[in-house]
Write a protein that binds this ligand. Structure first.
Ligand SMILES: NC(=O)C1=CN([C@@H]2O[C@H](COP(=O)(O)OP(=O)(O)OC[C@H]3O[C@@H](n4cnc5c(N)ncnc54)[C@H](O)[C@@H]3O)[C@@H](O)[C@H]2O)[C@@H](O)CC1
Ligand SMILES: [K+]
Length: 512
């Protein structure tokens, strides 16, 4: 699914209006009905007090049209208008006027703090103050209103966006922003919903398809794409009946050091679980029995040194290298790392200490084959690209690195972002239980397993990240977030692949 900018969404609105020969008011009416249906389906006519706060732009128009539908269906609605300027949008005025068709109670105008209504924990607050039109921080008494609404424990539902949040631009995150529990986002989610500094403001969010011009949507160059289950399914390569292990490649994991042999076990095991035909672990000598007894499917070769990988003298032809988990960063290790890389001509996966070595020795960059995949967490990323100002700056800097070095970056996080040049892919699988030691080692082994099976680099990164998250989601249904650990995520890779082909659950019929 594409993520578009606020400006593109406004263009898509206009294109929809033009092509369908409807008015902006008609489109708003259509959207309000869609939103009403979703709320009505949940509330089923409950007499709960509903307080709708409307701005004076089009987001406010959405709020007013929704308010009218709710009043018409007997809900206990009070409508407030934030009367902070005379510049009211025509759509706002149209729907403001229409409210009188269903009630004698004119919306209550708020013009200062003394007008703020009393709120109760059992209220439902609907935020239709600002949407994608926000272009500066909310200030004055409107800022006090946002703080006032945020203070109440009442459930807050945002229309299109939580007011104050920018859809896709840098902003001062100390400025007032509604903290919603749930957001109905029109047509696509917004980029800010997926970023660590701002994502929480939207709460859980639900994309409401509002029927925007399909031609515009198809042609629009997205800011980013969410990896959907359908997209992941289309990436999967089914196996042919007469295939043999040679068809599925050979991964060499170069990983582990004293006290961190587990990282080697996890990355290596994940390459096996992801389906690589053969997997060899290149490890410190002392890790040999650990690897052999933990994963019988794996072959091992050991470094001359007992506790560290300090040398490299192997032929890497037709082998996919996954280097870094638990490797450590000493001088000898670093030379072994460089020697392995210097032999490689096909894409490699570099993680953890491999990335640390690379940041400390930028001269190694020239040895990295094009389309290699780097999987940094934020600490490792900071060493690679320097400090960032905010989430958008982080993405820009990472894009520049990806373009400059011709590599794919996997920025790990709650929503892992895969960056390939200027293209962004955002993952929507996974859960906080996966924030656990070794989870990243598993991911790098999985991606190497896919590369070995001839997935191209971008697909290996995108599909690997999706399956990793889905494996964690399925496993968490048995182990809870707390009980999830890296080896369990790895063991659920097969379940995550099967899940791609599970029939979609039947939609519940909509209540009228
Ligand atoms: N026909 C259309 O164009 C449609 C618009 N839609 C709605 O329209 C919204 C966007 O509407 P608008 O562009 O009118 O913008 P908003 O309703 O988000 O904001 C209203 C206006 O407030 C002003 N403003 C921005 N920041 C401010 C601040 N900090 N303090 C005070 N004033 C500020 C701006 O001039 C802005 O145009 C979407 O989020 C969506 O809810 C949807 O109904 C879809 C159809
Ligand atoms: K809003």
């Amino acid at each position: 699914m594409k993520i578009l900018s606020a400006q593109q969404l406004a263009e898509a609105d206009q294109s929809t209006i033009d092509k369908n020969q409807i008015t902006s008011n008609d489109l708003m009416e259509h959207i309000a009905k869609l939103i009403f249906d979703r709320i009505h389906q949940r509330l089923q006519g409950s007499p709960v007090p509903i307080k709708i706060f409307c701005g004076i732009g089009k987001n406010g128009g959405d709020g007013l049209a929704l308010s009218r539908h709710m009043i018409q269906h007997g809900y206990h609605v009070t409508t407030y208008v934030t009367n902070y300027s005379k510049k009211r949008a025509p759509e706002f005025l149209f729907h403001y006027d229409k409210i009188k068709e269903v009630t004698k109670d004119w919306p209550i105008l708020l013009s200062s703090e003394k007008d703020f209504p009393e709120l109760h924990p059992q209220d439902i607050i609907i935020d239709a103050i600002f949407g994608t039109g926000i272009n500066r921080p909310i200030d004055g008494w409107m800022a006090q209103l946002v703080h006032y609404l945020n203070k109440t424990p009442a459930f807050k539902l945002a229309i299109d966006m939580p007011s104050g949040l920018y859809a896709n631009n840098s902003q001062d995150i100390d400025s007032p922003i509604i903290q919603a529990q749930h957001t109905f986002s029109f047509e696509t989610p917004k980029l800010s919903f997926f970023l660590p500094e701002t994502g929480h403001y939207a709460g859980t969010f639900e994309v409401v398809p509002i029927g925007l011009d399909p031609e515009y949507m198809m042609k629009a160059e997205p800011l980013a794409q969410i990896i959907s289950s359908d997209a992941a399914k289309s990436m999967y390569k089914p196996r042919k009946k007469f295939s043999h292990k040679g068809d599925f490649g050979h991964v060499l994991t170069m990983a582990g050091s004293k006290g961190k042999m587990g990282a080697a076990v996890l990355a290596t095991g994940a390459a096996v679980n992801m389906g690589a035909g053969k997997v060899t672990a290149y490890i410190p000598e002392h890790a040999n029995s650990i690897l052999q007894s933990s994963i019988p499917e794996v072959m091992t070769i050991s470094s001359k040194s007992k506790d560290y990988i300090t040398d490299f003298d192997h032929d890497l032809k037709d082998i996919t290298l996954c280097v870094g988990p638990g490797l450590s960063t000493g001088d000898d290790v670093k030379h072994a790392f460089a020697k392995a890389l210097s032999q490689q001509t096909q894409p490699v996966v570099i993680d953890a200490d491999g990335l640390n070595i690379l940041s400390d020795n930028p001269e190694y960059w020239k040895m990295i084959p094009n389309n290699s995949i780097l999987t940094p967490h934020d600490g490792e990323l900071k060493q690679l690209i320097g400090r960032w100002k905010d989430d958008y700056d982080r993405i820009e800097k990472a894009k520049n690195l990806s373009i400059d070095k011709d590599v794919i970056l996997v920025l790990k996080g709650a929503h892992t972002i895969i960056i390939s040049g200027k293209n962004l892919y955002i993952n929507d699988t996974g859960n906080p239980g996966m924030a656990t030691a070794g989870s990243g080692d598993v991911l790098s082994g999985m991606i190497a397993g896919l590369l070995a099976q001839h997935y191209d680099s971008l697909t290996a990164a995108v599909f690997g990240v999706f399956i990793h998250g889905r494996a964690g989601d399925i496993a968490s249904q048995t182990y809870a977030h707390e009980g999830l650990k890296a080896s369990i995520i790895s063991n659920f890779v097969g379940a995550a692949i099967l899940d791609l082909f599970r029939p979609e659950p039947q939609q519940q019929p909509q209540q009228q």
